[in-house]
Design a protein around this ligand. Sequence first.
Ligand code: ADP
Length: 264
Amino acid sequence: SDERIDVGDGNDELTELANAYNAMLDRMQRNIEQQKQFVEDVSHELRTPVAVVEGHMKLLNRWGKDDPAILEESLSASLQEMERMKSLVQEMLDLSRAEQVEIHYKHERTVVKDIVTQTFNNFKLVHPDFTFILDDDIDDDTTINIYRNHLEQILIILLDNAVKYSTDRKEVHLSVSDNGMTIQIAIQDYGEGMTQEDTEKIFNRFYRVDKARSRHKGGNGLGLSIAKQLVEGYHGRITAESVLDHGSIFRVRFPKLTEEDETQ
Ligand code: ADP
């Protein structure tokens, strides 16, 4: 921006100071953008329930005093919307707290097979009623450039969803493959699935397909947006493919590290 200090590329203390100052400006700019985004999300999410309650209040005001049926219905609908708003506000508070913790991308050489196998075994242990199938087709020492805890977090979000949105067929497939330049991890379930329209929106913050159903399952619509942020922070890609009532498949791709690649 205009406030940035440009002192050329000398190698003295003044340059160093200018660089530190510019970096600070960039950080502030990022924070402002995050806050703007947050306020936008909040307003968007609250607009609908507020409008619904307002509508019922108007009905009540006009007819409710004389008509017990309207009184009954509008009151209970309003209360339901109030409940929704209450949990929205709670989620937003949680998020604003979470957002203060910026993601610190830490680059390290991580052996894909180790993390995948470990996370896979944990899930098997925690969900004994599920059939987990691991199909890994990569060399034991294949590495990608990612902080190992972040890779684990991404897998947990996707596996959690595969379990959470399953129906009768309690089966989850995890496959890892080497495409030469990239490593692909795919997680497939045979659960409720979703429409094409929903599939395009699930990476947005707060988005849930069937709000009533997802809330019942304890979701807050944040998992996939965090997964996407993490994946892209390490120059990866995440995609979803789904068929309503048949299941979903999530694919994550990362650039493969070669012998010559250096990690910072
Ligand atoms: P949540 O906490 O609600 O699960 P996510 O961001 O992880 O939030 O997911 C957003 C929405 O995407 C979910 O509410 C759900 O409707 C849908 N979704 C995610 N994963 C799956 C899946 N494996 N099968 C069907 N729907 C899914």
